[in-house]
Design a protein around this ligand. Structure first.
Ligand SMILES: Nc1nc2c(ncn2[C@@H]2O[C@H](COP(=O)(O)OP(=O)(O)OP(=O)(O)O)[C@@H](O)[C@H]2O)c(=O)[nH]1
Length: 855
């Protein structure tokens, strides 16, 4: 857009659709449909030029990839495209020169000065005329004479210190004027001001010194009295540095001049003063070096009028002294005296004509001499050169168009300049990226298998390698428990393994993610880099989140310990260590009590029992430890017990019965059982009694066990029909029915429980045996019955009977889920309704997991 404006300002393109562009001419130019709009300068620094009538020129300068400094490169090219149908009319060549001039001007406006570039530049391909010669040889004077205007600084010493690119534009009518490129839109009609501006502009670059600069000044002159030409005035070649000049100036000037004239498209105007020996001519010397055949060198002899009397330049002008391809042209410019007297150019030209016509030596050459003739010869030659170069120009233009079209498609669509547009574009790119990533996953693109590989193979394999069994082995748990302070419900957390696993997963995802970024954002290198960085950053960020989430899961899972787990621990502890020492020898009382409390707490017994008004925690703990000790002792004595007993359940029911202060405890048993010991132990702590109904054959042994345990006073043994016997007991506080008994269902239904508070334990629920199922005999509305199954032993159903209001008052707002909170975390109790298994989770306070649990 900026360039378009610039070009408009310069008159290269028209902002009015009907007004023809300066590029309009007799050329048929190929419209580029795909480039019919201007490009955003956000993308690159180039613009499109053209008018509405199908004529298009693209000017490209320093196409710099602003997105990626690392991939910066330049294309310095100007294109005025012409297809093969270049039709030249009667005035075709003149227009062609005019067009070339304008293209050159476009080049200069856009910075194409033919400097070093990776690509050939159009400027280099367009013909230009460079004026070379020694200092004060009359170069500027020749230029002035060709233009017919007095506008260049002249004088003795070094005057031209910067290249002057002079473009002559013939206009049909109107006042002649000049324009500098560095002063756009300012028209100079006073050519004295032009001269001053050249001096000032030179000084601006070099300072008021005798230094030189390679930066050209661009000047355009519009006049009905000029031919279309582009001329370059160059500083004069010198042999020695004068005061104020560095020694290097001699070489610098030569290099600058050489840089212009060695280009094959440069026509060399070699200026030699006639009043010096041609053998010393700097112009001839350097032009012969770059153009040995003289194919593009025009010899111009100045200062003929200043030759010594008796000498003439005929031999040179006739090409006998030094032969060039093109005939020598002699000119007589204004002398310094003429300049001082302000002799105008018209008079000077007239006098020059008269000089050649009236001077006897030159009269036969008069028609081929003079500035006017020089201008025409140059213009004609330029036309010829342009004509011969059109095919090359055309192919260069077409090639450049193709290159630029490819570049444009690589750059992609124009980038919006407003924030909303940019956001939309970014979203589009992200969407495309997302799509590409999906394509990787769907197998449309390569690399998705890596992601699947992570989750399908690597993750499961990694999980297998974690050796959970080893971690969860009772040996390991025992070791951890022993080394830690008692039972810790969150013991097992193979966190390191998880961490390593997640790390490797995320690293593997990175490959396809980056591939997707690359695929989608090829056009935008710096955006690609940014998106890539953002993606990696996100992965890094998500890595932490993933770690946290996974570790939370690990925490939760490691806190997932069933009652069964705790139930096994005392057994296992007992097995470990020195088998000759009992559990009670190895651990002191307070330690064992702590274990018991933790067990009861974690097992939820307290919660269950606290539904009753009176719960005696100390009594429960004591009963638990008593039972543990009694069973342990007896187990060592009796092999059959070791095989048949239900490990752990006895401590549980003993603690439950003792904690709820059961006075009347009834057990219906089918074998000599540790449960009898457990209930008797409970009765001892509550001051109650145990009625043990059992088959006659086992009475003696059972009695012996109880007697040996010192519990004789607490137990009444009854034999006979259990149903009949049960009917004699009412308000039973705690009952345990061994469901191995064939009549267990009937027995359960006959129990006369204490409606105020009672617990019925249906033990050994094997082989589809059913427990009470909540059908409590004589149950009234005000009685609340809760039944839970525990995976204790072979299956244990616990039915709690109490007054409704008491239970409801105690139930918290989470219904069946009781929660215990503390500062750091909270416990969540869940009962699997199918299995009756109770699950205990400890979760951090900040996390809600109820929605994630399968219950
Ligand atoms: N009599 C006479 N004087 C000339 C002629 N050509 C140039 N001069 C004078 O020679 C002096 C130098 O001329 P310039 O045109 O400035 O020479 P130049 O080569 O451009 O000088 P630099 O740019 O400084 O290298 C000026 O005073 C001109 O008036 C000529 O044909 N005849």
């Amino acid at each position: 857009m900026v360039l378009n404006l610039l070009l408009m300002e310069h008159g290269f393109i028209s902002d009015e659709p009907t007004k023809p562009s300066v590029f309009d001419g007799s050329m048929t130019l190929r419209p580029l449909a795909s480039m019919d709009s201007q490009l955003s300068v956000h993308q690159c620094r180039f613009g499109l030029m053209g008018s509405k009538d199908g004529f298009l020129a693209i000017t490209v300068d320093s196409l710099t990839r602003v997105e990626s400094p690392s991939e910066s490169y330049c294309i310095t090219t100007t294109i005025a495209t012409a297809n093969s149908a270049i039709k030249l009319g009667p005035t075709g060549m003149e227009n062609l020169i005019s067009l070339v001039n304008k293209i050159q001007r476009a080049c200069t406006a856009l910075g194409d000065h033919g400097e070093e570039s990776a690509l050939p530049t159009l400027w280099d391909s367009l013909p230009a005329i460079a004026v070379v010669g020694g200092q004060s040889s009359g170069k500027s004077s020749v230029l002035e004479s060709v233009v017919g205007k007095d506008f260049l600084p002249r004088g003795s010493g070094i005057v031209t210190r910067r290249p002057l690119v002079l473009q002559l534009h013939r206009i049909d009518e109107g006042r002649e004027y000049a324009e500098f490129m560095h002063l756009p839109r300012k028209k100079f009609t006073d050519f004295a001001a032009v001269r001053k501006e050249i001096s000032d502009e030179t000084d601006r670059e070099t300072g008021r010194s005798k230094a030189i600069s390679t930066v050209p000044i661009h000047l355009s002159i519009y006049s009905p009295n000029v031919v279309n030409l582009t001329l370059v005035d160059l500083p004069g070649l010198t042999k020695v540095a004068v005061d104020g000049q560095p020694e290097s100036i001699v070489q610098e000037i030569e290099n600058m001049v050489r840089g212009y004239i060695e280009k094959p498209n440069c026509i060399i105007l070699a200026i030699s003063p006639a009043n010096q020996d041609l053998a010393t001519s700097d112009a001839i010397k350097i032009s012969r070096e770059v153009d040995p055949k003289g194919d593009r060198t025009f010899g111009v002899l100045t200062k003929i009028d200043l030759m010594d009397k008796g000498t003439d330049a005929v031999e040179i002008l006739e090409g006998r002294s030094y032969k060039l391809q093109f005939p020598w042209i002699g000119v007589v410019n204004r002398s310094q005296a003429d300049i001082n007297k302000s002799v105008d150019m018209i008079a000077a030209r007239r006098r020059e004509r008269e000089y050649f016509q009236s001077t006897q030596e030159y009269s036969h050459l008069a028609s081929r001499m003079g500035s006017e003739y020089l201008g025409k010869v140059l213009s004609k030659h330029l036309e010829t050169v342009i004509k011969s170069r059109i095919p090359g120009l055309q192919s260069l233009i077409n090639k450049t168009i193709l290159d630029l079209e490819a570049e444009l498609s690589r750059i992609g669509k124009p980038v919006a300049t407003d924030a909303g547009g940019k956001l939309y574009m970014i979203m589009e790119i992200c969407r495309a990226f997302d799509q590409t990533f999906k394509e990787h996953l769907d197998g449309i693109r390569a690399g998705g298998d890596k992601i699947y590989g992570v989750f399908d193979n690597q993750l499961p394999a990694g999980l297998k390698r974690l050796q959970f069994d080893k971690h969860l082995s009772m040996d390991n748990v025992r070791k951890l428990i022993t080394e830690a302070d008692g039972y810790q419900p969150h013991l097992i957390a193979p966190e390191q393994g998880y961490r390593r696993l997640i790390d490797s997963c995320l690293v593997t995802i990175r490959g396809p993610a980056e591939a997707a970024v690359d695929a989608e954002l090829k056009q935008y290198p710096s955006l690609r880099m940014e998106v890539g960085n953002a993606a990696v950053e996100s992965l890094e960020r998500m890595r932490d989140d993933s770690k946290k989430a996974t570790l939370l899961l690990v925490d939760m899972e490691s806190s997932y310990l069933t009652v069964d787990f705790f139930r096994k621990l005392p057994q296992d502890v007992e097995k470990g260590g020195n088998p000759t020492h009992s559990l009670f020898d190895r651990y002191n009382d307070s330690y064992l009590r702590r274990i018991a409390r933790r067990f009861l707490s974690a097992a939820g017994m307290k919660r269950l029992a606290s539904l009753k008004m009176d719960w005696n925690a100390a009594s429960a703990t004591d009963a638990y430890l008593d039972t543990l000790r009694l069973c342990s002792d007896y187990k060592r004595q009796c092999d059959s017990w070791r095989k048949t007993q239900e490990p752990g359940s006895n401590e549980f029911i003993s603690a439950l019965a003792a904690g709820m202060k059961a006075k009347l405890i009834v057990e219906v048993s089918s074998a000599v059982s540790p449960s009898t010991l457990a209930l008797a132990a409970a009765a001892r702590h509550t001051g109650g009694r145990l009625v043990c109904i059992l088959p006659e054959p086992i009475l003696a042994e059972s009695k012996k066990v109880i007697k040996d345990s010192g519990l004789k006073d607490m137990v009444e043994f009854k034999t006979g029909d259990p149903c009949e016997l049960l009917s004699h007991y009412g308000d039973i506080d705690f009952s345990v029915i061994d469901c191995k008994n064939d009549d267990n269902t009937r027995l359960l239904s006959m129990l006369n429980v204490n409606p105020e508070k009672s617990v019925v334990v249906a033990n050994n629920l094997v082989c589809e045996k059913k427990g009470l199922g909540g059908h409590v005999k004589g149950k009234k509305d005000r009685v609340q019955v809760r039944t839970m199954k525990h995976p204790i032993g072979k299956g244990m159903e616990i039915t709690m009977i109490s007054r409704r209001n008491e239970i409801e008052n105690k139930r918290d707002h989470h219904g069946d889920d009781a929660m215990k909170r503390n500062g750091k975390s909270r416990w969540v109790f869940k009962v699997d309704e199918k299995s009756g298994e109770e699950h205990i989770f400890r979760v951090p306070k900040s996390h809600e997991i109820s929605h994630a649990l399968p219950f």
